[in-house]
Design a protein around this ligand. Sequence first.
Ligand code: AMP
Length: 370
Amino acid sequence: MASGDDRLSGWLADYDTSQVTIGVVASHSALQILHGARQEGFRTLGIAVGENRRKMYKAFPGAEPDDWLVLDDYHQMLDEAEWLRTRNTVIVPHGSLVEYLGAENYIDLEVPTFGNRRILKWEASREAQRKWLQMGGCNVPRVITDPHDIAGPVIVKYEGAKGGKGYFVARDYRDFRRNVDVEEEFTIQEYILGTRYYLQFFFDPIPDDGYQVDGIDSNRGKQLGRLELLTIDRRDEANVDEFYKLGSLRDLREMNIEPSFVVTGNVEVVLRESLLPEAFRLGEGAVASSFELEEGARGMIGPFCLECIVTDNLDFSVFEVSARIVAGSNVSVGGSPYMNLNEYDNSVGRRIARCIRKAIEKDQLHAVLS
Ligand code: AMP
């Protein structure tokens, strides 16, 4: 079987790189990906199940795709690979695509995709993420393996839970027993009290200027590449964010209400400038260690997010990593306090499109696709 690199080279050999189409599943962060692609001069393709989406995208003419691929089921994308390749399509992945297809199917999708598709397997497992972050020098919340050892606030997270659904906080074993669903697989993490910041970085392996990540890419025999901070958001979570308005935790328990962590939206935030060096140290560490995740790993390419809590000692704890664009970056369509400090980008979607365009111009498309 062809290795990932051979497979990509074979596809790209048949591509007309002056006619690339950016394809994206019409959900999650697709509006900004399509809008950015159009601004960088690409044709665009929206992929959707059913006709419903098309109408909604008409409401945003700046992002409305030039063409649509309408399917009955997202798995049909796997069968449409040849059709997509004949249109010189590059798929830009996001959380919904990976969720709909599954990380393994996504790896098998026979169409060039932006970024390193193999790395998405690492973000699919909490254990693997933890290893990756620790290798990169990030402080991560302690994991409690035996619920009897709970001695202080913990957060219980179900495996595969989406958007914080079902998570709960426990102070002791009794709390844990009362709330846990033992049928599900879960992780118990130390609850870190502080302020949450979701740092959306971008790693571009091609430029040799800017904030360079220390280290050598042994596959390409060059310095790793440039790290940028594009935006920071914080999630709105129901109902924990508004919990305090009803009284103390004890008052709420008397009303049979537990804090929950379901994402409902996002807001843009900035960090104290004096915390930025540490934010970059964490981003740099996560990129550098991504090249050591497996033999010959191609590492991180493109946008990734470190989900952090900063405590009142100004220490960062990283509780999750996403190896792709996150939906929280939707707050920064039109720019962010960080993107506005460089001249080019007004969204993470546009940054992705510019990365692809520059790679085409330098005949290095293989360096940013997989
Ligand atoms: P996650 O699914 O890991 O992104 O977590 C969902 C939400 O739970 C986060 O956005 C935080 O509000 C909260 N959370 C997750 N892990 C922790 C932690 N270790 N300490 C405190 N809050 C957390």
